[in-house]
Design a protein around this ligand. Structure first.
Ligand code: NAP
Length: 203
């Protein structure tokens, strides 16, 4: 059975991804609080040490990242720096630290989101972070061609989060649990790299 590390496994997205993988993969559920593996994506040295403690694995799935939602005139540059760091740099950090431990042709799956493609009011930081992730994945895929695959899943608001975000995503078609699971499974098993799997578009 292939071994897949899911970071952010306890979140709204990660819980669904884990449920969709468990039947066919050995899933290691990771986040700052575990439950299987405690990891803090911000700290490169400690992330490397944590990956080293589990030996080689076949796939990394990152389901982490947040960004502040505020109008531009209320956003400070600190908000931008922290959102870019939490959503984008932390995931690149996980990817970079995982590479030495991935088996041949292993997979890395990062998560962006529809705000990279479709605007919502107050979403400037998330748009910047998602856009940065989406734009660099093809370069990373080219640099590691033949060695590993790296892709991004970009969901719309997911069904289990609609209540949480209120009217922010009014008019967006939510991404179902089934679509989430299929997209992440595809990045793990299909011969694709450098792709952004955009799920649903806004209506
Ligand atoms: N929810 C949606 O509708 C939606 C839609 C599109 C895209 N996305 C994207 O999907 C990702 C996850 O969103 P979510 O809604 O599932 O968030 P969430 O419910 O807040 O879950 C975040 C998960 O990441 C873990 N985590 C947070 N910081 C971490 C760190 N520094 N190191 C390791 N693990 C960390 C959390 O556990 P601990 O606190 O224990 O670390 C938790 O498991 C984000 O990038 C988000 O933008 C979400």
């Amino acid at each position: 059975m292939k071994k897949i590390v899911v970071v952010g496994a306890t979140g709204k997205l990660g819980t669904e991804v884990v449920e969709g993988l468990e039947a066919d993969y050995e899933v290691i559920r990771a986040s700052r609080s575990g439950p299987d593996l405690k990891i803090d994506a911000f700290d490169f040295e400690s992330v490397s040490d944590v990956f080293s403690s589990i030996g080689s694995f076949d796939g990394l799935v990152s389901c982490i990242g947040t960004a502040p939602f505020k109008p531009f005139d209320e956003l400070s540059m600190e908000d931008f720096a922290s959102g870019l760091s939490t959503k984008c740099l932390s995931q690149l950090n996980l990817a970079k630290a995982a590479i030495p431990f991935l088996t041949e042709n292993g997979s890395i799956t990062l998560t962006s989101g529809i705000i990279g493609d479709e605007p919502i009011l107050g979403g400037a930081v998330a748009a910047a972070a998602n856009g940065a992730l989406n734009m660099c994945v093809s370069v990373l895929a080219a640099e590691y061609a033949g060695k590993l695959r790296i892709n991004i899943v970009s969901p719309s608001i997911i069904e289990n989060s609609v209540e949480h975000y209120g009217m922010l995503f009014d008019g967006f078609e939510p991404t179902s649990k089934e679509s989430i699971i299929q997209a992440y499974r595809r990045t793990i098993s299909a011969p694709i790299s450098g792709r952004v799997l955009c799920q649903t578009r806004s209506l």
